[in-house]
Design a protein around this ligand. Structure first.
Ligand code: MLT
Length: 270
């Protein structure tokens, strides 16, 4: 489905009834990332998955600046919920860059939240080396397109075990990355490079928060998520074995089970 949000068409899926849950994908991915959650969690909640601007089937938007700041992407999510008429507090979930967007949303719109799900993400800003790598990736995308980025990222996206056990999943992730527009990739990279450090805002989070981490993540160190879990009041931290950065795709049953327990706890609090 598509909906016009601030003058651009954004693609999304919606399934189920109950508490609204909006899931935000990482870089350089699309809402396809959340297919096992769309099907597996819709008996528990009203699940929305969204292609961020410039990703999947969503437009970039006229006059879009080159960089997609995390605040800009969070504003898109808020405007998307407004267009859909979702007024009640939502559970916002994000994986990796999606988690950075969730943290930006939590700073800007805390009153719109019922809970947070943070998967394979971190609070800190990019290091100097990280920023230099973003510039290199921008040059790579300009020269070689999405395929150059997909080729470079594919070996790190999942657990080493997943590449052996699940080649079908690996090729699906490759296709997803190749399908991202170059504008989207560069917009993300520039936004990621300049994203602020969210660490000081973590103790301000007032809603129940679930953190999920794949034990074999090759991109985010476990210590980064552990310190987030310590800083967010009352946060729960779950480590999923045999999974890497895309833990929700690699071990969907375990991932969904943890989210269901969390959503049921939220319902009991109401
Ligand atoms: C992601 O998966 O969204 C990215 O790896 C995040 C990042 O590069 O910081």
């Amino acid at each position: 489905m598509k909906i016009k949000v601030d003058g651009k068409w954004l693609a999304y899926d919606e399934r189920g009834v109950g508490i609204p849950v909006l899931l935000i994908h990482g870089y350089p991915l699309s809402r396809k990332l959340w297919e096992p959650q769309l099907s597996g969690l819709s008996d528990t909640a009203r699940i929305f998955t969204l292609d961020l601007r410039g990703h999947g089937e969503s437009e970039v938007g006229e006059g879009t600046q080159t960089a997609f700041s995390m605040d800009m992407l969070a504003d898109d999510c808020a405007a998307f919920l407004d267009e859909l008429g979702v007024k009640e507090p939502v559970v916002l979930g994000g994986l990796s860059m999606g988690g950075y967007v969730v943290l930006a949303f939590a700073r800007k719109y805390p009153q719109r939240l019922a809970g947070l799900i943070l998967a394979a993400t971190r609070a800190g800003a990019d290091s100097l080396e990280g920023k230099a790598n973003r510039d290199k990736a921008v040059a790579q995308a300009k020269e070689g397109g999405a395929i150059a980025i997909a080729d470079a990222m594919l070996p790190k996206m999942m657990s080493p075990k997943t590449y052996i056990a699940n080649p079908g999943l690996v090729s699906g992730v490759y296709e997803m990355m190749k399908g991202t527009s170059v504008h989207g990739i560069i917009g993300d990279l520039l936004g990621l490079k300049d994203r602020p450090d969210s660490s000081s805002s973590l103790p301000e989070i007032k809603v129940p928060t679930l953190l999920l981490y794949g034990a074999d993540d090759q991109i985010i160190p476990q210590a980064d998520m552990e310190s987030m879990a310590t800083a967010i009041p009352g946060a729960q931290f779950v480590v999923i074995p045999q999974a890497g950065h895309l833990l929700n795709l690699e071990q969907p049953e375990e991932f969904n089970q943890s989210v269901k327990v969390f959503l049921n706890q939220l319902r009991e609090r109401e």
